[in-house]
Structures are given as structure tokens and as C-alpha cells.
Design a protein around this ligand. Structure first.
Ligand code: GDP
Ligand code: MN
Length: 394
């Protein structure tokens, strides 16, 4: 689950990282008020940033500076409603603008290959790391945190030297690097990225001082660990979530939308993957991965059918149920009920074996469903039906 920058900033601040203050505004007027407060507190200018769950906001025009409350209001008006990579901006972050001396990249990821938290740093701050990795991979420095000892000071220092950070900022950098790892562990995150981590210039007691500040924050949380963090679940931004994902979660259905034309409804993740493989072997492309889970009742079957049919690309549906805890007759009733209420007519092939399969077969036959005895047969029939529906191509 991705969270908004403003929320990511809170999680970084909670680990003691240097994050500048901010406010979130939903209207230009709110942005103007927030700007007036920061300007009254001594900021020369404010920064206004689109809050959307995609990167590259700066390049897209979603990050702007303003020197007065009125200007902030105007800039916020330009950013709110803007489309950035398909996402509509509904909120902006407002904060005192930093005076940037130099930008760095610092990010922590969960590296599945080494099964460790890997910290990456680069001198190419402000540039997306994927691009750095493509163009100048040697510019990325990495260290892996020890699973028990965590990130050690010398490792963080090695990163700092790697990116050529001056000695004056070494202690702060070590603290920030360790804070990133702590943020990962505390929140069960997959990714914690600060880009840019910047050297900023500020007025100090005796003239200007330079220090490190986290000017952007991107965090992805591990969905499977969310039950351990009920307070993080509320950071989910439903405005930006695919409605199909929201509905699937509400019904405890594992659903991943894909590009093909054969909607699949299966119980069990392994069987769902096998079903997708067989659809491909039969010459089709699955429209989704969908696991209705064990013991699904008729209402969950109906919900799964709605999800599948909501995808306009679906030309045929393949239902493959291996009844164990799940009862075949329950699924059959769910299918009959769903078809009676569905808005769109799509050919469907059903294979149900296992618990109460005979009862299921009787119900399906009565309701005139097309059935198949084996999975291969079901896949072939579904692909053929999709082919016919699409006028010859699956
Ligand atoms: P992203 O483009 O979505 O990653 O958004 P960022 O928050 O990283 O902002 C993009 C760029 O805007 C940064 O790399 C900075 O160069 C610039 N920027 C962001 N915040 C400030 C700020 O407070 N002051 C100044 N002068 N520039 C900023
Ligand atoms: Mn950034």
C-alpha cells in the first residue's frame, strides 16, 4: 500500500528524522491560510506540492513555490485538479520552502534476494532512482543492514563517503540512514525513500547554517503486515485506489487485474495460477487473478462475479472450483444468483469438483450453465467462447 507524502513525512518524523513542517490543504483558500502561517513564522517562500501516489510530480508541474499567501492560493488552484500520470490531485501539501544547496537520493528497500533491508544512496538527488539505475548504475551506492544488528554506523558512513557528502554532515547522515531503517522495521514497510535528501541553508543564530533535511518522503507498506498496524490502515487513500481493489478487499477476495479477456474465478491461489497457465496454453489471456478463498459462500461468489464483469475487456468467464471446505453447491447457487442479476451477458464455463459436486452439477444443469469435466476442457471452452465473442481473436 502506497501512502501520501504527508503521511510518509509523519512516519519519518516519528523516528526523529529532520522533516520540515507542513500542512495539508484541499482548497486554494486552505492553502493560502497555511501559507500565511508559515510566512508569518519566518519563511521567505512556501512550497506547494501535489499529493498524489505517483512520482515525478516536480516535472509534471505539481511542485511550485510562492512568495505570498495570495500567490500560494493561486498556485494551489493550478495544482488542485491537475492530472498527474492519470491521478487527479485532490490535496496539496504546503510548507516553508527550503533553500537547497545540494540534493541527494537516500532510500531503503526490502531486498528479497538477500532477504535484508538494503540502503541505497546516490549523488543524483531529485532524479528518479529507476532512471539512475538505468543510465548510471555505478552512481548508486548500497549497503545491506544486518537482520539483527541493524545498520551499523560504519556502513552509513561508507554510504556518505560514496556520495561525497562533506564531513560536516556525517553525523546527521548516519542518524538519518539509521532512521530510515527504523522506519522500515517499525512500520513493516517495503520501501522508504527520501528523494531529495537535501543540504539546505537556513538562518542560524550566527548567520547562515547548512544542514540535512528530508524534502520528500515516499513509503510503501507491506499489505500482508497491515493487520499488525491498525493505525496505518487508516492512511489508505481510497480516493486513489482502484474501486475494484476496494471492493475485493471488502469481500476478502484476492484480486489482481490483468490485461486479457478471460475472467477467472478460482478458489485457492495455487489453483488460480494453474488456471491462468492453462488459459494461456489454450491460447487465451487471463483478465485477472482471482482467488475467492476457502469456504466461500454465495455472496462472495456474487461479489467476485461483479468484479470480473466490471472489467469491460472480459469476453468469457472461467469458473474453476475444487471443493474442499468450499462447497460446490454454495458456489453454484452464487453463480446462478449472480447471473440473474448481472447487467452484461458473457459466456461462462464452470468446472466444479470435490465437495457437493453432484448437487452443484444438478443446479447448474437446471439453470442451463455450460459446464466442463476437466480443467483443460474448461479452459478450451472459455477461450473458444471469448474468441467467438471477440469475432475470432481472444
Ligand atoms: P517528486 O518530483 O514527485 O519526487 O517531488 P519532490 O518533492 O521530490 O520535488 C521535486 C523537486 O522540487 C525537488 O527535487 C526539488 O528540486 C524541488 N523542491 C521540492 N521541495 C522544495 C523546497 O522546499 N524548496 C525548493 N527550492 N525546491 C524544492
Ligand atoms: Mn522526490
Amino acid at each position: 500500500m502506497k501512502i501520501q507524502e504527508a503521511d510518509a513525512r509523519s512516519l519519518l518524523a516519528a523516528q526523529g528524522l529532520p522533516v520540515p513542517p507542513w500542512a495539508v490543504a484541499r482548497t486554494p483558500a486552505e492553502a493560502g491560510e497555511a501559507a500565511a502561517r508559515f510566512l508569518a513564522d519566518g519563511a521567505d517562500r512556501v512550497v506547494i506540492k501535489a499529493q498524489v501516489l505517483v512520482g515525478g510530480r516536480g516535472k509534471a508541474g505539481g511542485v511550485k513555490l510562492a512568495g505570498s499567501s495570495a500567490e500560494a492560493q493561486e498556485r494551489a488552484g493550478q495544482i488542485l485538479g491537475m492530472d498527474i500520470k492519470g491521478m487527479t490531485v485532490r490535496k496539496v501539501l504546503v510548507g516553508p520552502a527550503a533553500v537547497i544547496v545540494k540534493e541527494y537520493y537516500l532510500g531503503a528497500i526490502l531486498d528479497r534476494a538477500s532477504r535484508r533491508i538494503v540502503l541505497m544512496a546516490s549523488e543524483e538527488g531529485g532524479v528518479e532512482i529507476e532512471q539512475v539505475a538505468r543510465v548510471t548504475p555505478e552512481a548508486i551506492h548500497r549497503v545491506a543492514a544486518h537482520p539483527l544488528l541493524g545498520l551499523l554506523d560504519y556502513q552509513a558512513r561508507a554510504l556518505a563517503f560514496g556520495v561525497g557528502l562533506g564531513r560536516a554532515h556525517l553525523r546527521d547522515f548516519v542518524r538519518i540512514a539509521k532512521g530510515l531503517v527504523a522506519t522500515m522495521q517499525t512500520n513493516d514497510a517495503d520501501l522508504v525513500e527520501v528523494n531529495p535528501l537535501a543540504i539546505v541553508r537556513e538562518p542560524g543564530p550566527d548567520g547562515q547554517v547548512e544542514r540535512l533535511a528530508c524534502l520528500d518522503a515516499k513509503i510503501t507498506l507491506d499489505d500482508s503486515a497491515l493487520p499488525r498496524h491498525p493505525e496505518l490502515e487508516r492512511l489508505r487513500d481510497l480516493d486513489e485506489e482502484d474501486p475494484a481493489d476496494t471492493e475485493a478487499r471488502g469481500h476478502d477476495i484476492s484480486y489482481i487485474h490483468l490485461d486479457g479477456s478471460i475472467g477467472c474465478m478460482v478458489n485457492g491461489a495455487g489453483l488460480a495460477m494453474t488456471t491462468m497457465d492453462l488459459v494461456k496454453r489454450a491460447g487465451g489471456e487471463p483478465a485477472n487473478f482471482l482467488d475467492i478463498g476457502g469456504g466461500a459462500k454465495a455472496d462472495r461468489v456474487s461479489a467476485a462475479m461483479r468484479l470480473i464483469l466490471a472489467d469491460p475487456k472480459v469476453k468469457a468467464i472461467l469458473v474453476n472450483i475444487f471443493g474442499g471446505i468450499t462447497r460446490g453447491d454454495e458456489v453454484a447457487r452464487g453463480l446462478i444468483d449472480a447471473r440473474a442479476r448481472q447487467e452484461r451477458e458473457v459466456p461462462m464455463v464452470v468446472r466444479i469438483v470435490g465437495t457437493n459436486a453432484e448437487e452443484a452439477a444438478r443446479l447448474l444443469e437446471e439453470a442451463r450453465f455450460e459446464t466442463a469435466a476437466t480443467l483443460d476442457e474448461a479452459a478450451e471452452k472459455a477461450v473458444a467462447a471469448a474468441c467467438r465473442a471477440a469475432g475470432g481473436v481472444a
